[in-house]
Design a protein around this ligand. Structure first.
Ligand code: ZN
Ligand code: ZN
Ligand code: ZN
Length: 422
């Protein structure tokens, strides 16, 4: 064996980031993988079921001299920060039932069967003894890589912040700040809007001449202008400064669009019941805090059998429910990129930096929240859409679309019809 064939154990090298005296053992197992492992950090055979088990899922009982894996008994989770972890499993011995920590914590605690001499390793391995353990606790960690952070450290860490209060941010204030971007020429040809969102929204809306259409959160007016040019009578509402730009466009090129600076929550004060043929809310419901009132008001102003279409960032596959990770992080090839799920159920307001200065304020929520609100307000789902990048889009925008929008959706669109009471 040449020296180039020696690979250091993944766990030994991760532990050394916390415990600087940790010995670096050679890996003889899974040398080709991202996590090559030494004998100490490999697998141990359960004395009950006989199954080989990762060292983090099996415990040693030094009274009974047996291993018990977590498949054979009911383990408990113990939250404690040690080495690169923030918890370990306590696994009761299958013979005497006394709880023993899994071997990851046992080693940190100096109770690993190799440390206490109950067992002798069959392969060459240097055993660490935790003599400086007390110092470890108070040490300033050079590499906080605990829990999911350890995996996220392999790629691009998520940069979004979950907020516990809205003291410093409101949807209006963040959109006012972002207005500069969204009315810039850069946004005009924004890849997602141009290729995935707008064509699908227009198809679902299927605008006919003389239809009376409301555009909720119309922004700078792109959708409203498109609909007006196709013969619809359009009203656009928005709370942010972006509607100023929409009003300017109407001055420059009159299409008969009525713009009102107001929030969707105020809709039912401003309009009569059942006056619109169609309502569109493009890429905004996920940025609206009170989506329940918004949907209720939309149903209120919509005629019977009227159509309501909305598009949102995909609650399951886009930020902040997921993030992407690249190995290595700076790779430009998309086969090096994977999406990983973070927390689909976390509904706290979230700041999403899209790569320019001002973060956008989002209100993430599961798909079922939207669907249940539609049901409650007599809005019957007639079509759902999760736009997939076509071959043409993939060839034109390989870095955005290949092994990305052709494999997972970034957006979700729902078309509903208001039930008739007859
Ligand atoms: Zn190791
Ligand atoms: Zn077992
Ligand atoms: Zn025992």
């Amino acid at each position: 064996m040449t020296s180039s064939e020696y690979v250091t154990c993944f766990y030994c090298s991760e532990y050394a980031k916390i415990a600087t005296d940790y010995p670096q053992n050679f890996a003889y197992h899974e040398k080709e993988s991202f996590t090559p492992r030494c004998f100490l950090h490999w697998q141990y055979e359960c004395s009950k079921c006989g199954k080989e088990t990762h060292f983090n899922g099996i415990a040693w009982c030094s009274d009974c001299k047996v291993f018990t894996c977590l498949r054979c008994v009911e383990e408990k989770m113990v939250r404690k920060e040690f080495l690169i972890y923030d918890y370990y499993y306590n696994i009761p011995c299958h013979k005497c039932n006394s709880p023993n920590p899994a071997l990851d914590f046992a080693e940190y605690d100096g109770q690993h069967p190799f440390q206490i001499g109950d067992l002798i390793p069959k392969e060459d391995v240097v055993i660490w003894m935790p003599i400086y353990k007390e110092e470890l606790k108070s040490q300033e960690f050079p590499h906080r890589s605990w829990g999911s952070e350890r995996i996220l450290a392999l790629g691009k860490a998520p940069k979004h912040t979950r907020l516990d209060s809205l003291d410093d941010y409101t949807p209006k204030s963040t959109w006012d700040k972002m207005a500069q971007f969204w009315i810039s020429p850069e946004a005009e040809g924004e890849y997602h809007h141009t290729n995935l969102i707008l064509p699908e929204v227009y198809r679902l809306l299927d605008t006919q001449k003389d239809e009376i259409i409301l555009d909720v959160a119309c922004g700078e007016g792109t959708v409203a202008r498109y609909l007006a040019k196709h013969g619809a009578k359009v009203t656009g509402i928005d709370i942010s400064k972006m509607i100023d730009r929409a009003m300017e466009s109407e001055h420059e090129d009159k299409l008969g669009i009525q713009y009102l600076k107001m929030s969707a929550e105020e809709l039912s004060n401003e309009f009569e019941t059942a006056i619109f043929d169609k309502v569109i809310c493009n890429m905004a419901l996920m940025d609206i805090a009170d989506y329940k009132t918004t949907i209720k008001n939309i149903s209120h102003v919509l005629k019977e059998e009227g159509i309501f279409v909305f598009s949102i960032t995909h609650p399951a596959f886009a930020w902040p429910a997921t993030t992407s990770m690249r190995v290595p992080p700076d790779s430009q090839r998309n086969e090096d990129k994977r999406k990983i799920a973070l927390d689909y159920f976390d509904e706290r307001p979230t700041l999403l930096p899209f790569g320019w200065e001002t973060p956008s304020l989002a209100f993430p929520r599961p798909i079922s929240n939207y669907v249940n609100e539609l049901v409650k307000n007599d809005l019957e789902i007639i079509e759902m859409s999760e736009p997939k990048a076509s071959k043409e889009i993939v060839e034109k925008y390989p870095r955005q679309a290949y092994m990305d929008n052709d494999t997972l959706p970034d957006f979700l669109m729902i078309k509903t019809k208001k039930k008739s009471t007859n």
